[in-house]
Each structure stands twice: as C-alpha cells, then as structure tokens.
Ligand binder design. Sequence first.
Ligand code: FEO
Length: 171
Amino acid sequence: MDAKMEKALNDQINFELYSSYIYMAMSSYLKSLNLNGFANWMEIQVQEEVFHATKLYNFLHERGGNVEFQEIPKPRADWNSPKEVFQHAYEHEQTVTDRINNLVNLAHDLKDHATNAHLQWFVNEQVEEESSVLGVLQQIKLSGNSTDGLFMLDRELGQRVYTPPQDTKNN
Ligand code: FEO
C-alpha cells in the first residue's frame, strides 16, 4: 500500500477513536444532567465509533499495512445544553464525512481500487451517521428545550440498542 494512503488510514483510525472519546465525554455530561436516555444514545455512538476504527484497523492489517497508534486529543468536557451537545455532534459527523471523502479522493488519485472499495462502506455509513444525529437534534429543537419535552425524548433515546452492522467483512 502507498505510504500516503497508509498514513491517511492511520490518521482516520485515530480520528474514529477521538470521535468515540468525544461521544463518551458527551455521554458523561448528559449523565450529569440525569438525562440517562440521552447518555445511553451517546454510549451506543461510542461503540459505533470503535467499530469504525476497528474496521479500518483490520483492513490495514489485511493489506499488509502498518498500524501506528497516535495520541488521542483531550475532548471538551462541558456543554451548555443537550441541544448544544447534539449540534456539536452533528458538526463533528460532517467533519468525519469530509475526511472520508478526502480519503476516497486520495484512493482515486493513487488508483488504489481496493481501498476505494473498502471506503465505500464508510461513505454510506456517514449518510446514516449524519442523519441519526440530525434526527435527535431536530427533536430537541421541536421540544423547544422544554423540560417535559426533553424527558419524553430521554425515555425514547433510552431505547436505543447497539446493533453491529450486518456487513461483517473486516470487522
Ligand atoms: Fe465514525 Fe460517526 O463516524
């Protein structure tokens, strides 16, 4: 594998783990507000991010690449409201999407068809990632930040369970 691609995939492993760290910090903030359903939603998001990192990790190994872990930056610890948490989570997912698109562009430039094929899973996954965070953000906005609305939503988000993706290749 081209060294540039290898480095970019390693950077993305780090970013996916950083994402899980951010969502863990968000979950902790939500728990501190006693919004345990919101916190549960974020805890599942943590698992999804670890899955994304692991999928790239396995792919790099399969291609004979080197996995080199890097430091994970410290995430923010405090927010002003659940709405701000989900606004930031949505912006974060948009950043992830940009990064995946850049990886696809690099794979194209290097004519690395195998990596390009592998990344298509992430392209589709990002559509879902952005949509699920945006869905919660819109529900929070609809609730008008009212306590009753937030508690109802909290009950609903408490139902979210982690379902490992069906595409188990390179899990
Ligand atoms: Fe791994 Fe939420 O993107």
